[in-house]
Design a protein around this ligand. Structure first.
Ligand code: 13P
Length: 284
């Protein structure tokens, strides 16, 4: 199957009250592990690729890996730019074969965020590519971008509704208390914001910073109306722990496959547990 836009499966998630996972892809082993888990559980899937990961892998390898996963699995898979910072980056990804893009205009003023997101929606829609926008700022660290959690700003429901109405995005990330990276304590999720926005707009609400959020909080977020959840750090932590274990046990290991196979296995386990938790198993 070719890569598909998120509109191939997110409307069903909204109607069925479950969430589809965006699992960030950082290299070949991530692509393989995420695909294997989704195949075992017959789940739709979103590969998220940050600008940092894009720089690391190269755009040609990134698209080729995602296309290979879609062809091999037969699953509906979207290749999605995560936190795109400009119109140019979004267009470069679309031209290279991405089927979905996020434009993160959350650091601009509200009016500029609307204006810039609208331009991307217009261009992307003509190509059959879905667009995610962002409102409010999400704390934590992703790639080289950090935002102190105290300075993260929650989304205002009235603004989120107006943002959707004016831009026509296909999915909307709203800051509700989660953060990218590893949490020091437990996040405080504002379910009331999710409920208000999810009830008022027909498209998916996205929860960023899905790693390290306790299962019951994920379930409550889905019950409140979240239908796309992003996970990256938990896969990174699991892969690195598996590699460290192999290398600590035997200092003579030099074949990368000796530690990358366990790393991949660790990520399959993480992704399978998230797919079960999000409720998207059997929905492909
Ligand atoms: P985590 O790395 O905290 O799982 O967040 C991922 C994310 O939100 C990507 O946009």
């Amino acid at each position: 199957m070719p890569l598909v836009s998120m509109n191939a499966f997110l409307p069903q998630a909204k109607a069925g009250k479950y969430a589809v996972g965006q699992f960030n892809m950082n290299n070949l082993e991530f692509a393989q592990a995420i695909t294997e888990a989704a195949m075992e559980l017959k789940s739709p899937l979103i590969f998220g690729v940050s600008e940092g990961a894009l720089k690391y892998m190269g755009i040609e390898y990134t698209v080729a890996l995602a296309k290979a996963s879609a062809e091999k699995s037969g699953l509906p898979i979207a290749l999605h730019l995560d936190h795109g910072s400009s119109f140019d980056v979004a267009m470069k990804c679309i031209r290279a074969g991405f089927s979905s893009v996020m434009f993160d205009g959350s650091h601009h003023s509200f009016e500029d965020n609307i204006r810039l997101t609208k331009e991307i929606v217009k261009a992307a829609r003509a190509m059959g590519v879905s667009v995610e926008g962002e409102l409010g700022t999400i704390g934590g660290t992703e790639d080289d971008v950090s935002l102190d959690e105290a300075h993260a700003a929650l989304a205002k429901p009235e603004e989120a509704i107006r943002f959707y109405e004016e831009t026509g995005v296909d999915a909307l990330a709203i800051a509700v208390g989660t953060a990218h990276g590893v949490y020091a304590g437990e996040p405080k999720i504002h379910y009331d914001i999710i409920e208000k926005v999810a009830a008022a707009i027909p498209v998916s609400i996205v929860l960023h910073g899905g790693s390290g959020v306790p299962d019951e909080m994920i379930q409550k977020s889905i019950a409140a109306g979240v239908t796309k959840i992003n996970v990256n750090t938990e896969n990174q932590v699991a892969a690195t722990a598996a590699i460290r274990e192999v290398l600590n046990k035997d200092a003579k290991v030099y074949d990368p496959r000796k530690y990358l196979v366990p790393a991949r296995k660790a990520m399959v386990d993480v992704v399978k547990s998230k797919i079960e938790l999000f409720g998207s198993a059997g929905k492909a």
